[in-house]
Design a protein around this ligand. Sequence first.
Ligand code: AMP
Ligand code: ZN
Length: 463
Amino acid sequence: MIKLYNSLTRKKEEFKPIKPGAVSMYTCGPTVYWYAHVGNLRTYIFEDVLKRVLEYAGYKAKHVMNITDVGHLTSDENTGEDKMEKGAARENKSVWEIAKMYTDAFKKDLGTLNIEEPDVWVKATDTIKEQIDLIKKLEEKGFTYVIEDGVYFDTAKLENYGRLWPNKLDIKTRARVEVVAGKKNDPDFALWKLTPAGVKRQMEWDSPWGKGFPGWHTECVVMSCDNLGIPFDIHCGGIDHILIHHTNEIAQAEAVYGGPMCNYWLHGEYLNLKGEKIAKSSGNIVLVDDLVKKGINPLAYRYLCFTTHYRIPLSFSWESIEAADSALKSLYDKVRMLKTAVKEIPAEYSEQALDYKAQFTAAIEDDLNMPKALAVLWQAAKDQNFVQAEKLALLLDFDRVLGFKLNSVKAEAIPAGILELARQREQARRNKDWAKSDELRGQAGAAGYLIEDTPTGSKIKKI
Ligand code: AMP
Ligand code: ZN
């Protein structure tokens, strides 16, 4: 049974899919005006693990992600400057070029971090017509009003607005609220922003209300519901989306469709750097490339993310990523040693292996308890009384969720005769025949190979 913490009910709940055996999930994608930083990528790693856990449990996932290539202003409130136009001006490129360049960079980062790509990518600029249609429906139902700045959603018209907020008072403390002249209620948000007279924007479209562009909160409703149906199973994003973006998605979907948009809302906590939230706007930034430049395996960042539960803030430091990098190296050494020693992966698991698998599954299915899952992995990896072939099979199986690419770890080219000596020695040690064990070790040494005993089992090295 998979349990997930649902931000909507503020409880851990058993996951019950709408269609048996299938799961529909939507994750808010990047705004492609700059590189994704490791904070953004913590959220995408959490979502990747969620999808892998569901697949590990046998669900067939349909995963949709958007690319925000228009209409995300510097404030979530839909005020301030257009992030895309700002990025284009900074780099002396067109908005379209910026969008393409940073979409490609984002996909590359996903690959580098072994984050599975969604089944469906949708760009905001490819769904302008559908977004206009949604706004028209909201207008027909009386949820909108027009002011000089654009078309706004009247939140007072919707009973239950703000159901996702952990605390009703949050609306008073929401950061970055900027005043827009003519807005009826503070939380009202733009559905369509009109291009002011005399201004020419690089990205603007005709609409029944005039030239302009859609507000950021509309695209995700269109792309999720059009691709997954309504309601769908899971919607996720970073914790900063609860108060505004996801609240406003729910408002539009419920106003148009009259029912819930989605059953489970999951949110990942922040990654912090020097005690502050990592944010593109503050310059407090680390990119995937920075890890690579420092000689750190980017997959160590996955490892680091798994050391803290996704609903707890995580601090990034160079010490912590280096520690994760060396832990991952030890795991690779272990797998290399096992691959070198093991001839054949067993077709069936023993009870011992099944017990480890059950512990691992219980951890990941308990609201993605990855720190616990890592602990089970190491316990199995270090267990000296656990047959090597099964150990290897199990580690590779766990990697379907962890995504450390253990499959690509290569066995060392150690001669078959030496491997045989090591195997016989392992047997002798199990029988507590220390004299035989020493003799076999001596034979390997004479042939130029050192059989080393480590707390996690024996290793073979060329002398
Ligand atoms: P953006 O490109 O700004 O829309 O952000 C992409 C994703 O990253 C969203 O799901 C955000 O909630 C998430 N995010 C932004 N900053 C952080 C951070 N410091 N830690 C974790 N997730 C973040
Ligand atoms: Zn979104």
